[in-house]
Write a protein of this length. Structure first.
Length: 98
């Protein structure tokens, strides 16, 4: 995934739910990051689809989700990196895990 695909980077306190892609909540400004130990950084495309989500702890990326979508906006694939382990989860065009 190329950084050129991202049109916007936003910051959040947390996420809600258990479905993918993660739903980031409680948006914060970049200026307020100096007061936080942990936050989520989301990179979005022009359609507001989240392409990359990073959990940042003490300035280091602890985990990362990369998302790929079908042309209709439904999640196609999630690549999750945690503790140097990478998992890939695939979805059909209805958004169901396969």
């Amino acid at each position: 995934m190329n950084p050129e695909q991202y049109t916007e980077c936003r910051y959040f306190v947390s996420y809600s739910g258990i479905r993918l892609p993660l739903k980031l909540v409680n948006e914060i400004t970049e200026a307020s990051l100096t007061n936080r130990n942990t936050y989520y950084r989301g990179y979005f495309d022009a359609n507001d689809n989240m392409l990359l989500c990073q959990k940042v702890v003490y300035g280091e990326v602890e985990s990362e989700h990369q998302y790929h979508y079908y042309d209709n906006g439904v999640l196609k694939r999630a690549q999750i990196t945690e503790d140097d382990e990478v998992r890939e989860i695939y979805f059909n065009e209805l958004g169901e895990m396969v």
